[in-house]
Design a protein around this ligand. Structure first.
Ligand code: SAH
Length: 208
């Protein structure tokens, strides 16, 4: 099929991702496959591969491609993991996770965003390994816990305690933390203990 966005997507993958140090081939492959233009309003499709975040309605945004790739790479996925994502938004990060993990459980506060993401991912793009919940992300999704990976795409001031309980032993959680200046923090759970490592400065919408 003739895909007018394929060239832009390949260029984004090389120039914005590989050139800046994203090296995990599975992540690069996923970023080169997921049609980012489908996750934004029609009028924004021409800008879908610019090097920045884009609005997705309801005051929310889809992250810059580099940040999506960076976070996915820092999750160190083998392809076998169950991942809990907080903040479905457009569903773009969920699609990248669906390509790189085994199952994705994604929780969103705004029902319209959750339904829109589901219609696109399941109905149009055919992903069968993504599960959707409308609710408060701070509470996670106990029914399907534990998760080998947890990723927050909205920023709380502190990592929500229930989510640590839902993280599998040996698992990794990634979250932007802070109110003003935020840092992306990576947690590892080892023998029940949590180690934290600060990665980079980021700007996410707040977890509310
Ligand atoms: N991952 C998304 C971008 C997320 S933007 C993407 O790839 O498009 C952050 C999202 O977190 C928004 O959709 C917002 O509604 C949601 N959110 C904010 N607070 C939340 C909460 N407490 N629980 C669940 N979702 C929340």
């Amino acid at each position: 099929m003739d895909d007018p966005f394929a060239g832009k997507r390949r260029r984004m993958t090389e120039e914005q991702l590989r050139a800046r140090g994203i090296a995990d081939e599975a992540v690069l492959r996923a970023m080169a496959r997921v049609p980012r233009e489908r996750f934004v309003a029609e009028g924004l499709r021409g800008s879908a591969y610019v090097d920045g975040p884009l609005p997705i309605g309801r005051g929310q945004t889809i992250s810059q491609p580099y940040i999506v790739a960076y976070m996915t790479e820092r999750l160190e996925l083998s392809g076998r993991e169950a991942v809990l994502e907080i903040g479905t938004g457009s569903g773009y990060q969920a699609a990248v996770l669906a390509e790189t993990a085994s199952r994705v459980y994604t929780v969103e506060r705004i029902p319209e965003l959750s339904a829109g993401a589901r219609a696109l991912l399941e109905g149009e793009l055919g992903y069968r390994n993504v599960f959707y919940k409308v609710g408060r992300g701070q509470e996670g999704w106990a029914e399907f816990a534990p998760f080998e990976r947890i990723v927050l795409t909205a920023a709380p001031e502190e990592f929500p305690a229930p989510l640590f309980r839902q993280l599998a032993e040996g698992g990794i959680a990634l979250a932007p933390l802070g109110a003003g200046g935020q840092s992306l923090v990576r947690f590892r759970k080892r023998e029940g203990r949590i180690d934290a490592e600060e990665l980079i400065g980021v700007v996410f919408v707040p977890l509310v």
